[in-house]
Write a protein that binds this ligand. Structure first.
Ligand SMILES: Nc1ncnc2c1ncn2[C@@H]1O[C@H](COP(=O)(O)OP(=O)(O)O)[C@@H](O)[C@H]1O
Ligand SMILES: O=C(CO)[C@H](O)[C@H](O)COP(=O)(O)O
Length: 555
C-alpha cells in the first residue's frame, strides 16, 4: 500500500492542497479554495475604510481552506486516511496576526471586529513604512550587527514594523494580544493544538538568529520604551528548525477534515523557501524564482556574505547546512493583473472571449509577435514599491516611450520586460557581492502558465531557465516537508535531501536565451539601470513627492 502526504500552500488569494505519493512525489489529487475575503485593501467587512497601503486578510479564510481542500483531495484520490502519513503547510510571509493565548485571533472577538489593527496584516501591507525607517535608522545609529544580514535595510513588510504600527495606532489591541504570530505558525497551531515558531519566518522576517537569538532588548527600548520586552511578551522564543514535527493532528481537526488524529504535521514554512526542494535544488549556486503575485528569489551558498539590498540571508533558512539567501520583487503578476483590470479596452476582452482565451493569454499572443525593443517602451516595475535591491516601498511605477500608436499588448509586454530587468538586477547584485549564480530555475503560477514570459526572462537574464515539474511547486514542497516530519518509520523520510531527491520534480523543457533578442535587451537593460538608479537612488525623488501629495489628499 502506498503512503501519501498532503501539502497546503497558502498564497495571496487562495490556498491550494496537493496529495502526493511519498515514493515519487506524484500528485494524486489537488484542490483550491479561494479566500472569500481575498485581500482587504480598501475596507473591513464592516465597511470601515482602510488607509493608504493597507492590506489585510481574514483568518477564517485560512481555516476554511483546511475544511474544503483536505476532504476534497481525500475524496478525489480515494486514498485511505490511514495512509496519509504527514501534512506540511507553507504560507506567504510575513503575514502576521494578533491572537489570544489560546490562539483565538483578536478579529474574531466582537469588540475588535471593527478594528483594522486586529486583523491579519498581509505580507504586502505597506502602511508601516515610517516604522521600518526608524527601525533602520536606530539600528544604524547603534551599530547593530544584524542589519548587514538583511542587506543593510529591513522592509516595512517585516514583523517588527507591523507590530510597532499596532502599538502606536491601537495600544489597546497591542495590550490585548498575548501573541503576535506568523499565519504559517498559527495554522500549524490550529492543526496540532501546539504553538510552535518556525526558524524560516523568524530568521527572515523577525531578525532572529540561530545562535544570537533576537536583537537585544536595549535595541527595542531605543525604538520605543514600550517595545523593550516585545520578544518575551508577544513572540515566544522557542524556534523549531525546518523539517521538524510540530505535533500531531488534533481530534477536532481530524474529524473536520477526514484525516486521522495524530498524523504528523511539519512546522510552518514560507511559500518561497519551501519550493526549493520541490525542484530538486540541494546545493549552492542555483537561483529559484517563485513567480506569482510577487517573485521571491531563493539561493543557497556555502559562504556567509553580506549582500546589500537583499531581503536577507539565514543560516539553515532554506535547507540545513547552507546559508539561504532571499531577494524579491514585491510586484510581478500583480502588474499584469492590474493592467488587465484597468487598461484593456472592451474590444480586446470581447476578442479574447471569442477566441476562448484568458485575457492575459490573449495579450501574450499579440505581444509575442513583437521583437525586443519593437514597441519603443521601457518601464520600471515598481507598481508595489521595490523590495530588492532598493528596499523602498515608496517608489512607484513608470512607463516611458508611449505615443499615439502605443497598443495595450505593447504596454503589457513592457511590464513583463520590466519585471525581468528587475530580476537581472537582483542576479547581478548577488554576483557582484560574492554569491555566485550558476543556474536559474522558475516555479509558481507564471512559470507554469506562461512560456511567453519565460522566454523573455531567458533572453533578458541571459541564462537558460528550468521549470518546476509541479504546477503547485510550493504545495509539493510542503508535502515534502510533511514526509520529513513523518519520518522513515511512518513511511516518510529522515532527511530533506533524500525527500527532495525522490519527490522533487523538473519539467523537461528548458528556455534557452535567444542571441538576437539578448543583444537588444542588453541595450534596454542599460537604459533600465539608468532609470532605476535615477528614480530609485535619489537622483530624482519625484515618485516620493507625488506619493506625499497623494497622502495629504487622503488625509
Ligand atoms: N496566463 C498567465 N500568464 C502569466 N501570468 C498570469 C497568467 N494568469 C495569471 N497570471 C498572474 O499570476 C499571478 C498569480 O500567481 P500564482 O502563482 O497563481 O498565485 P500566488 O502568487 O498568489 O501564489 C497573478 O498576479 C496573475 O496576474
Ligand atoms: O515575502 C514573502 C516570501 O518571503 C511572501 O510570501 C511572498 O512575497 C508572497 O508570495 P506570493 O507571490 O506567492 O503571493
Amino acid at each position: 500500500m502506498g503512503k501519501y502526504t498532503i501539502g497546503i500552500d497558502y498564497g495571496t488569494l487562495s490556498g491550494r492542497a496537493v496529495l502526493v505519493d511519498v515514493a515519487d512525489g506524484r500528485e494524486v489529487a489537488s484542490s483550491e479554495f479561494k479566500y472569500p475575503h481575498a485581500v482587504m485593501d480598501e475596507a473591513l467587512p464592516s465597511g470601515r475604510k482602510l488607509g493608504v497601503d493597507w492590506a489585510l486578510q481574514h483568518p477564517q479564510d485560512y481555516l476554511d481552506v483546511l475544511y474544503h481542500t483536505i476532504p476534497e483531495v481525500l475524496r478525489e484520490s480515494g486514498a485511505d486516511a490511514e495512509d496519509i502519513v504527514g501534512v506540511g503547510i507553507d504560507f506567504t510571509a510575513c503575514t502576521v496576526l494578533p491572537v489570544k493565548k489560546d490562539g483565538t485571533p483578536l478579529c474574531f472577538l466582537p469588540e475588535y471586529q471593527d478594528e483594522p489593527n486586529a486583523y491579519v496584516k498581509l505580507w504586502k501591507h505597506h502602511a508601516a513604512q515610517n516604522k521600518a525607517n526608524r527601525i533602520n535608522e536606530t539600528a544604524e545609529k547603534r551599530g547593530e550587527k544584524w542589519l548587514a544580514r538583511y542587506g543593510g535595510k529591513i522592509s516595512s513588510e517585516w514583523l517588527f514594523a507591523k507590530i510597532w504600527q499596532i502599538l502606536d495606532e491601537s495600544p489597546e489591541v497591542y495590550a490585548a494580544m498575548d501573541r503576535f504570530i506568523e499565519a504559517a505558525d498559527w495554522i500549524v497551531w490550529q492543526l496540532t493544538g501546539v504553538e510552535t515558531r518556525n526558524s524560516c519566518t523568524a530568521g527572515y522576517k523577525a531578525l532572529w538568529h540561530k545562535r544570537g537569538g533576537y536583537p537585544p532588548r536595549e535595541y527595542f527600548a531605543a525604538l520605543d520604551p514600550r517595545l523593550e520586552h516585545v520578544v518575551q511578551e508577544k513572540l515566544g522564543t522557542e524556534i523549531l528548525p525546518l523539517g521538524s514535527r510540530a505535533g500531531g493532528l488534533t481530534p477536532e481537526i481530524a474529524e473536520k477534515t477526514g484525516l486521522v488524529p495524530g498524523t504528523a504535521v511539519a512546522v510552518g514554512n514560507v511559500d518561497a523557501h519551501v519550493c526549493v526542494p520541490a525542484v530538486k535544488i540541494c546545493g549552492a549556486g542555483k537561483v529559484l524564482a517563485i513567480m506569482g503575485t510577487s517573485t521571491c528569489h531563493m539561493l543557497l551558498s556555502e559562504q556567509e556574505q553580506a549582500v546589500p539590498g537583499i531581503c536577507g540571508y539565514v543560516e539553515d533558512g532554506i535547507l540545513p547546512g547552507f546559508y539561504g539567501y532571499e531577494a524579491g520583487q514585491s510586484c510581478v503578476g500583480d502588474h499584469f493583473a492590474w493592467f488587465v483590470k484597468n487598461c484593456v479596452p472592451e474590444s480586446y476582452v470581447e476578442q479574447a472571449q471569442k477566441e476562448g482565451l484568458d485575457i492575459q493569454v490573449y495579450l501574450q499572443k499579440l505581444a509575442g509577435k513583437q521583437k525586443a525593443g519593437e514597441s519603443g517602451l521601457l518601464a520600471l516595475d515598481w507598481w508595489n514599491g521595490n523590495r530588492s535591491v532598493l528596499v523602498d516601498v515608496d517608489l512607484t511605477g513608470m512607463m516611458l516611450g508611449m505615443t499615439l500608436q502605443t497598443k495595450p499588448e505593447e504596454m503589457y509586454r513592457a511590464l513583463v520586460e520590466a519585471t525581468a530587468f528587475g530580476t537581472r538586477t537582483i542576479i547581478e547584485n548577488f554576483e557582484k557581492n560574492g554569491v555566485p549564480v550558476d543556474e536559474f530555475y522558475a516555479a509558481g503560477g507564471i512559470a507554469e502558465k506562461s512560456p511567453f514570459m519565460m522566454q523573455i526572462y531567458a533572453d533578458i537574464i541571459r541564462k537558460p531557465i528550468r521549470i518546476s515539474g509541479s504546477k503547485q511547486g510550493s504545495a509539493l514542497g510542503a508535502a515534502i516537508f510533511g514526509a520529513v516530519a513523518a519520518g522513515s518509520e511512518a513511511g516518510g523520510y529522515d532527511s530533506i535531501f533524500e525527500a527532495a531527491e525522490k519527490m522533487g520534480k523538473l519539467k523537461d523543457v528548458v528556455y534557452m536565451p535567444n542571441e538576437d533578442e539578448t543583444k537588444t535587451y542588453d541595450l534596454l537593460y542599460a537604459e533600465y539601470t539608468r532609470l532605476h538608479d535615477y528614480f530609485g537612488r535619489g537622483g530624482n525623488n519625484v515618485m516620493k513627492t507625488l506619493k506625499r501629495i497623494k497622502k495629504e489628499h487622503e488625509g
